[in-house]
Design a protein around this ligand. Structure first.
Ligand code: NDP
Length: 402
């Protein structure tokens, strides 16, 4: 019987609201707050239609710690599910410490003026959360999130030693637009225009942006061009998976997407620094976001499937072993259930599951934790029950990788 506060009423916030409302046995009182309360009200109306559950709504500026604390003290939730933007992670963590509330998010902190994301800022809160007897669970989306739990599950059940991990993220969906991003365009474009980075033999190695391609044969969706990117879960997994020799992350992009991206970069539309325009300062990437389709609106148009998983190579009972642990998710099935495409769905369901495990004290320990530091079994069981079933397939351990 728990009270939960969801912050952020975008594509992911919509899914979290639906999935939390579906877990009636755990969440008895739900509030959705964002900077635009009308968006919260629209989601609350959909949730009421779909589940019969009433969700309270509120307006909050999540950059403002005092406003957040006032809202938390008035509503008194057990935990906050932060699905606003990475810029809001630290103010929301500060507010949780002031108000005595547990915390969960799906993306690590990133300062708005610097296209750089890393866990150091949030790991620095560990002692404060420990002393306050509060838990902060970081990165409870799909990647990061489920991919970390897949690694923890492989470490616990499938391998004696893990040597190589390749996280493979394929979106084989089509929304019919020439160019659109599946989650917040500003965060998405900032992420993929950075230099590639992976971890090997204790060191970080860099590549030019999108310069390493692997045609990977995914279950169900088939072979797809997959590009090496830096992704935040690499940082915590390199630290927490013992005996690891290399970990990388690959994501699929179509040639059409990459051509648009190249042009936008070349003309300066992806810049994150302010430029003078007709007497006022504008940030080009924020202007671009205003022009691009809202990811939350892609749901009814998107057809096809995602396949995201971890290819893991290591040793079991003295023999080499390679497995692919993955989920396949169908865009239209997600839309039929919660009026959302699969990218928001695959992020929102794990956020709701993480919240559910914290609310029921199955995952509850004071401090700041990444997903792979928790016991994976309860989370893996919930994935199967709540819309993201997973499979493990054996692969040939001697087959070459990229
Ligand atoms: P959206 O842009 O659709 O939604 C973000 C929401 O946060 C919007 O409702 C926005 O308000 C609100 N918001 C932004 N700033 C503030 C603020 N200062 N105060 C209050 N509310 C604010 O993004 P998504 O739903 O696509 O993504 C949500 C999060 O999920 C992001 O952090 C993203 O990085 C993460 N993510 C994680 C993934 C994973 O697998 N781990 C995958 C995909 C996304 P408004 O509506 O007014 O703009």
């Amino acid at each position: 019987m728990s009270k939960v506060l969801i912050i952020g009423a975008g594509g992911v916030g919509n899914v979290v609201a639906h999935k939390v409302a579906q877990a009636k046995e755990v969440f008895t009182d739900i509030m959705l707050a964002s900077r635009n309360e009308n968006k919260c009200r629209a989601i609350a109306a959909d949730v009421k239609n779909a589940t019969g559950v009433t969700i309270k709504t509120a307006r909050v500026d999540a950059d403002n710690v005092q406003e957040l604390v006032a809202l938390m003290k008035a509503f008194q939730p057990k935990l906050v599910l932060n699905v606003a933007l990475p810029y809001q992670d630290l103010p929301i963590m500060d507010a949780c410490l002031h108000a005595g509330v547990h915390y969960l998010d799906t993306a690590n902190y990133e300062p708005s003026h610097l296209a750089k994301f890393e866990y150091s800022w949030q790991w620095a809160y560990k002692e404060r959360f420990e002393k306050a007897g509060l838990m902060a669970l970081l990165g409870s989306g799909f990647d990061p999130g489920v991919t970390n739990v897949f690694c923890a599950y492989a470490q616990k059940h499938l391998f004696d030693e893990i040597h190589f991990v390749d996280i493979m993220d394929a979106n084989a969906g089509d929304h019919g637009y020439a160019f659109a991003t599946n989650f917040n365009p500003e965060i998405n474009i900032r992420e993929i225009t950075q230099r590639g980075r992976f971890w090997e033999k204790g060191e970080w190695k860099e590549t030019d942006p999108l310069s390493v391609k692997w045609v990977y044969d995914y279950p169900v969706v088939g072979p797809k061009d997959s590009y090496l990117l830096y992704h935040e879960e690499l940082e915590s997994l390199a630290k927490n998976i013992k005996g690891l020799k290399r970990i990388r992350f690959f994501m699929t992009f179509s040639e059409r997407y990459l051509t648009h991206l190249r042009v936008l970069e070349n003309v300066g539309m992806t810049r994150i620094d302010p430029v003078e325009f007709q007497g006022q300062k504008i940030v080009p990437i924020q202007f671009l976001k205003a022009l691009l389709p809202d990811p939350a609106s892609l749901g009814p148009r998107t057809k096809g499937k995602t396949c995201i998983g971890c290819e893991i190579t290591g040793i079991k009972d003295g023999k080499p072993r390679k497995v692919f642990i993955y989920n396949v998710c169908d865009h239209q099935e997600c839309y039929a259930e919660v009026k959302s495409q699969a990218i928001s769905y695959t992020t929102g369901v794990p956020a709701a599951i993480g919240g559910l495990l914290m609310a029921t004290d199955k995952w509850m320990k004071p401090g700041v934790w990444n997903m792979e530091e928790m016991d994976p079994d309860a989370f893996m069981a919930e994935l199967n029950k709540r819309g993201l079933p997973w499979q493990v397939v054996e692969r040939d351990p001697s087959a070459p990788s990229a």
